[in-house]
Design a protein around this ligand. Structure first.
Ligand code: ADP
Ligand code: ZN
Length: 626
């Protein structure tokens, strides 16, 4: 009588379906991209490697399987500073989550560990260095395990920019816990890193899921440096006067200076770099996450894993170190899917400086060659007259038809000019001066400047001297930059910015190849590209400056959110994202059922906050007293 036996055995609730959890817990109606396929695969016990852009929705790929499968999901994350926030956000959703890291007291850690062993947690976040400790391994062996999620998996890549030695130890999970599914996640796309992750984390039998890397809500722009501080200020004032964003600078000193300068200009700007005392860094990160409208001025030390959804812009005051770095850094903008800006100021000096760093490094030849290629690709991206999105995605091997309509080159196609004669003069000047001088000296020679250096070297006697007085210094710099980007000139390895001819230069010098270059500065078109003045397309609208005709209700909703966040000591976005508030503003729900239908409102948040927000909306609908 198997039927009877079945009846009398303790009733185990059937596992909930992923789609049900998506709606009930997270308040979302449909999966995105590969989410559903990944979740099914991991729920069934398979290993997975998930590559999706920032904001693509990677977290659900392990959070939902952890809720479906019995036992605790262990999330390995390198970012101790962010664990509290991640856990806060999950607790708001009614998920039983905790973290284990060095910030907990012994008593708190003991409580979390006890909950793990008893299977009373859905998810626990752990730093990688802890995972490989023998005591922790013993704890894991006593814990019912749903899965391991290895977040920011590219940290295992030794050549990558985020390498964490502790990640190398994670291969032991495959040996010690062969039947527990492992899911590795990253937003880094390139093939070499992918292969390294598979290899070092022993994921050879894992299924790989690669999402499209396009971030359509991000508007890409690059401007040639021409007093970049003033350029940045103009950009922030016109487009982001009150928004949260990140400004990346190359050095710590520049971070400090830029932050205080923005402060003097009325922005709430905070510095962040690895040279600051940890305590201060923490405070700044905390304020950035919790308060609204903070501009973080930072080196690359800032940003990995930051899941603040409402970063409205990422600005590079100095060029990034390569296309991956650029993609990662800009990817932090607009995770909520609302419009966001990626703005960069670049110049030849930046690029030459980065080149010199690579040339001077002790890294193996092959590594340096790769780094050089990365920098070349970046300069090519900066100088392209084509759709930036197409160039960016093309770098990651993802075809894009171009004409995205949301980058500077698409919104305002650059004009070009016949630069054959100028290019020939520039190349001849390089050759006549012995192929070892930088753009500044070459420009002096071309423009016929009889300064001390030119005369000391006898360069006023060269044929190239004064041959280019029709272009000004900025225009010559633009020519040199574009010739490098086109592979018609190369940087020498001296580290002093010297330029030399390339194997293709001869075609131009002999007149067999013509050269067209982009206008950077000449004429009003270029000026507009620079400043975002009246003829550029409408700036990205900021969701914080509601233009939907109901600023009072918008502010009231935000005030309610801020109040609820303050009471619990969590960031505002942990209560509701901007996108959810926007939907409330649009739909004005007046019943709990209507509130529940808004994306981002799951059952836990409906219960906690549904009435409070409904009351705000009702209040706005009532005639104002007096
Ligand atoms: P990633 O870790 O890939 O950068 P997240 O997991 O943080 O991205 O998700 C980015 C944003 O998208 C979050 O605000 C998340 O709530 C939202 N999101 C994820 N999946 C969905 C979905 N299926 N429907 C609606 N929103 C989603
Ligand atoms: Zn475009």
């Amino acid at each position: 009588m198997t039927g009877d036996l079945f009846e009398s055995s303790p009733q185990r609730e059937p596992a909930p379906r992923p789609a049900e959890i998506l709606l009930r817990v997270f308040g979302y109606r449909a999966f995105r991209g590969h989410q559903e396929a990944v979740i099914q695969h991991v729920v069934a016990g398979g290993d997975a490697l998930v590559l999706m852009p920032t904001g693509g929705g990677k977290s659900l790929c392990y959070q939902i399987p952890a809720l479906v499968r019995p036992g605790v999901g262990v999330v390995i994350s390198p970012l101790i500073a962010l664990m509290q926030n991640q856990v806060d956000a999950l607790v708001q959703l009614g998920i039983r989550a905790a973290f284990l890291n060095s910030t907990l007291s012994a008593e708190e850690a003991r409580r979390v560990q006890a909950a793990m062993v008893e299977g009373r947690l859905d998810l626990v976040y752990v730093a990688p260095e802890r995972l490989t400790l023998p005591r922790f391994t013993a704890l894991l062996e006593r814990t019912p395990l749903a899965l391991f999620a290895i977040d920011e998996a590219h940290c295992v890549s030794q050549w990558g920019h985020d390498f964490r030695p502790e990640y190398l130890g994670l291969s032991f999970l495959a040996e010690r816990f062969p039947i527990v599914p492992r899911i590795a996640l990253t937003a880094t796309a390139d093939q070499a890193t992918r292969a390294e992750i598979v290899d070092r984390l022993c994921l050879r039998n894992a299924q790989t899921f690669v999402g499209g890397f396009d971030r359509p809500n991000i508007r890409y722009r690059a401007v040639v440096k021409d007093g970049e501080r003033a350029q940045l200020l103009r950009f922030l004032r016109t487009e982001h006067p009150r928004d949260a964003g990140v400004v990346y600078c190359l050095t710590r000193k520049r971070v400090e200076q830029t932050a205080s300068w923005l402060g003097r200009n009325g922005f709430r700007a905070l510095p962040y770099h690895a040279g600051m005392p940890p305590e201060e860094r923490r405070t700044h990160l905390d304020r950035f996450l919790r308060e609204e409208g903070i501009v973080m001025v930072a080196t690359v030390a800032f940003g990995m894993g930051i899941d603040k959804p409402d970063i409205r812009f990422v600005a590079h005051l100095d060029a990034p170190k390569g296309m991956e770095a650029y993609y990662q850094e800009t990817g932090r903008a607009g995770r909520d899917g609302l419009p966001a800006n990626a703005w960069m100021a670049y110049g030849l000096a930046d690029w030459l400086r980065l080149r010199a760093l690579v040339d001077a490094s002790e890294a193996p030849v092959e590594h340096r060659r790769m780094e050089r290629r990365k920098l070349d690709a970046l300069l090519g991206y900066c100088e392209t007259p084509a759709c930036r999105r197409a160039v960016l995605l093309g770098y990651f091997g993802e075809p894009h038809p171009g004409s995205c309509g949301n980058c500077d080159n698409c919104l305002r196609p650059p004009t070009t000019w016949d630069a054959t004669a100028a290019a020939r003069s520039a190349l001849a000047c390089v050759s006549q001066t012995g192929a070892r001088f930088g753009a500044t000296h070459l420009t002096d020679v071309l423009r016929g400047n009889r300064n001390d250096r030119v005369q000391g070297l006898g360069h006023e006697r060269l044929a190239a001297f004064g041959a280019g007085s029709d272009l000004d210094a900025r225009q010559w710099h633009s020519v040199f930059r574009q010739l490098i980007a086109a592979g018609l000139l190369e940087a020498d390895a001296s580290g002093f910015g010297g330029l030399r001819l390339s194997s293709s230069s001869g075609e131009v010098l002999t007149g067999s190849r013509g050269v067209r270059l982009r206008h950077d500065f000449a004429g009003p078109a270029a000026a507009d590209r620079e400043s975002g003045s009246r003829r550029t397309p409408r700036p990205v609208t900021s969701p914080l400056r509601s233009d939907e005709g109901e600023p009072a209700l918008w502010e009231a909703l935000r005030a309610k959110r801020a109040e609820l966040a303050r009471l619990q000591g969590v960031p505002a976005y942990v209560i509701f994202h901007d996108s959810t508030l926007r939907e409330m503003l649009r739909r004005r729900p007046l019943t709990l059922q209507d509130v529940a239908a808004i994306p981002g409102v799951g059952s836990s948040k409906l219960e906690r906050y549904g009435r409070a927000f409904m009351d705000v909306i009702r209040g706005a609908g009532a005639p104002s007293p007096g």
